[in-house]
Design a protein around this ligand. Sequence first.
Ligand code: NAD
Length: 429
Amino acid sequence: MPGTLYQDALSHLDQAARFAAVEEETLYRLRYPQSTLAFSIPVRMDNGKLEIYQAYRVRHNDSRGPTKGGIRFHPNVSLDEIRALAFWMTLKCALVGIPFGGAKGGVIVNPKLLSRLEVERLSRGFIEQVVDFIGPHTDIPAPDVYTNEMIMGWMMDEYSKIVRRHSPGVITGKPISMGGSLGRNDATGRGAYYCIKELEKKNQWNPKEIRVAVQGFGNAGQHVADLLHRDGYRIVAVSDSKGGIYSNDGFDVPSLVRMKHETHEVQAVYCEGTVCNVVPAKQISNDELLALDVDILIPAALENVIRVDNVETIKAPIIIEVANGPISSKADQILTDKNVLVVPDILANAGGVTVSYFEWVQNKNGYYWGLDEVHEKLYRIMVREFNTVFDIMKKNDINMRTAAYSHALNRLGEAIHAQGTQSYFAANV
Ligand code: NAD
C-alpha cells in the first residue's frame, strides 16, 4: 500500500483534474506506479566486511516516453518517498513537454560514511541489480540528492560493460568527457532562476531590494543563489544539513560556493563541509531560515520541510520550490489561503530534467551542442511553460500548483486518450 508521502502527492490530482480536459481513466492510471523494483546491493567494504544496502527503482508512468528520474543516496530513502518522487517526474516531464515519463530510484545509505571506493562499488552494484529494468529506451536515471556526475559516469560505465555496448544514453548528468551535456550542471538552478526572472518582469522588481533565503546549498541551491546574486539579488541566508547562516547585507555567493567546494575537495566525494563556518555571519537553524522575513524563500533540500506544524511561521510572500515536495498538501492549502505565491516543484525545478533530455538527444545523435544553444533552448521552454501555467492560474483563480498539475494532466491525458479510453471503446460495443 502506498504510504503517506505518495498519498499526499496524489491528493493534488483530483483538485487539478477539475481544470483539465481528462477522463477519469487518466487519473486512475496515474494513481498506480507502473512498476516497482525493490532490491539489495551487496558491497564489500574497505575493511573486508560485507554490507547490504536496500534500494528501489520505481517507474511511475511511460505513456509519453521512456521513464526518467534521479537516483538518491540518503539514509531516509523509503519506497513511499521514491514513489512520490517518480509520480512528480511523470507530471514534470509532461509539464515541460519533453517525451519522457517519470521514474525515481534510491538507496538507503549515508554516503558520507563511505569511502570513495565504497561509493563506487555501491554505484556499480546499483546498476548490476537494475540493468534489466533501465536502458536508453526504457528508463533513464540521473543525479539527485547525494549523487553527482562522477557517480553517473560510474553507472554509465557499468551499464555499458554489462551490455557490452557503449551506452551514454542510459543515464544523464554524466561528466562532459563521458557524453554529458554542457549546461546540465546548473540546469535545475537556472530553470528556477528563469522562473524568478519572469516574476521580476511581472512585478517590476529592483533585484537589489529583493531578499532571498535558500535552504539547501547543494547543486540546485548553489546555482540558483549564484545566478540571482549575479543579477543583484540579496542572498541573505543559506543553509545545509548542518545549519545555516544569515547576513542582512547579503552574501557574496561565489565565495560561499568556493569555500563549500574547497571543503568538499579535502573530504570524500561528498561535501561534508558546512556553510556555517566559512564566513562571518549569524548562525541560524534550518527552522529559523524558513521563518525569515524575506521576499523569496527557496527550499532546495528535501521534501516535507514546510508542514502544518511550522507553516504559520512562514513570512515570505513567494516560495520557489527547487526541492521536490518541500511543502505538505495541508500546509500548501494554508499558504494558498494566505495568498503566498508558490511556484511548484514540477515547474520550478524542471530545468534539470529538461537539460537531461537535451543530453539524451545529443547522446542519441552523437552530436554535441554549445553552451549558448543549451541555455537558449532551456530558456525558451521554461519561459513558455512558466507563462502558460501563470495564465491558467489567473484565468481560473487557482493556485500555481493546481494550474501546473492541470497543464501537465492535459498533456498526459492526450497520450493516454490516444490509445483509447472507455468512451472510445464503449461507443463501439
Ligand atoms: P545535493 O545533494 O547537491 O544537495 C542537497 C543539499 O541539501 C546539501 O547542501 C545538503 O547539505 C542539504 N541538506 C540535506 N538535508 C538538509 C536539511 N535537513 N536541511 C537543510 N539542508 C539539507 O542535492 P540537489 O541535487 O541539489 O537536490 C536538492 C533538491 O533538489 C532535492 O529535492 C532534489 O530532488 C531536487 N532536484 C534536484 C535536481 C538536480 O538536477 N540536481 C533536479 C530536480 C530537483
